[in-house]
Write a protein that binds this ligand. Structure first.
Ligand code: DX5
Ligand code: ZN
Length: 214
């Protein structure tokens, strides 16, 4: 099943309610929320009070992408503000296996994100422990960046491992996704596409979501 997850990082923070309602009424599947700490990435986004406010209005699952160091310190807090899918970065976790299982024991889906420089082959020993792998197709930290073409190779490698091991985790692509590359990304093996700029800066966001999905 193809899913679209609009990233609220590109929404209008002065009027989030309007943008959340648009996503509720759209063909999108999840809300993607980017949490940045100014340490793991060179930007700071938003935290718990904003997620709680989104949760009150959102009619679709919250897909929370943590770009923070030591994410294991806050897993319960993210559960409490309504995260359904919680994704941590490979590069930010020393005891990754423990962290993924801690997320699951809190009854959230466990996601694992990798930066553009991180090889898919490094994931072999955690593939059985995840519900989702997020392949960053830009360097994390900002919306509106250019898609990195090598992502297709990584999707193919991951898709091969998924088939070989008969697994069913989602393959999510994040960064520079738009109506021009969405079809090829789904065909290559992606199952969830995150889209910030290409949704919220579009003339017609509902149409942009629909075009990417279909
Ligand atoms: C980047 C974030 C993305 C970002 C995507 O660090 O993880 O989710 O919002 O934005 P676009 O779709 O504009 O590249
Ligand atoms: Zn993201």
């Amino acid at each position: 099943m193809k899913k679209i997850a609009p990233s609220l990082l590109s929404a209008n923070f002065g009027n989030l309610e309007t943008d959340i309602k648009m996503v509720n009424e759209s063909e999108a599947d999840w809300f993607h929320l980017d949490i940045m700490d100014g340490v793991f990435v060179p930007n700071i986004s938003f935290g718990f009070p904003v997620i709680s406010a989104v949760k009150k209005l959102a009619k679709k699952p919250l897909d929370v992408h943590l770009m923070i160091v030591q994410p294991e310190r806050y897993l319960e807090n993210f559960k409490n503000v309504g995260a359904e899918i919680l994704t941590v970065h490979y590069e930010a976790c020393t005891h990754l296996h423990r962290t993924l299982h801690a997320i699951k024991s809190l009854e959230m889906k466990a996601g694992l994100a990798i930066n553009p420089h991180t090889s898919v082959s490094l994931l072999e020993n955690v593939l059985f422990d995840v519900d989702l792998i997020l392949i960053m197709s830009v360097n994390p930290g900002f919306g509106g960046q250019k898609f990195i073409e090598n992502t297709y190779t990584k999707i193919k490698q991951l898709q091969n491992l998924k088939i070989e091991k008969n697994l069913s985790f989602e393959i999510e692509i994040d960064g520079g996704v738009d109506i021009f590359n969405s079809k090829k990304l789904f065909e290559t093996g992606a199952t969830v596409l995150v889209a910030g700029n290409s949704v919220f800066k579009a003339q017609n966001p509902l149409e942009a979501i629909s075009q990417m999905k279909n």
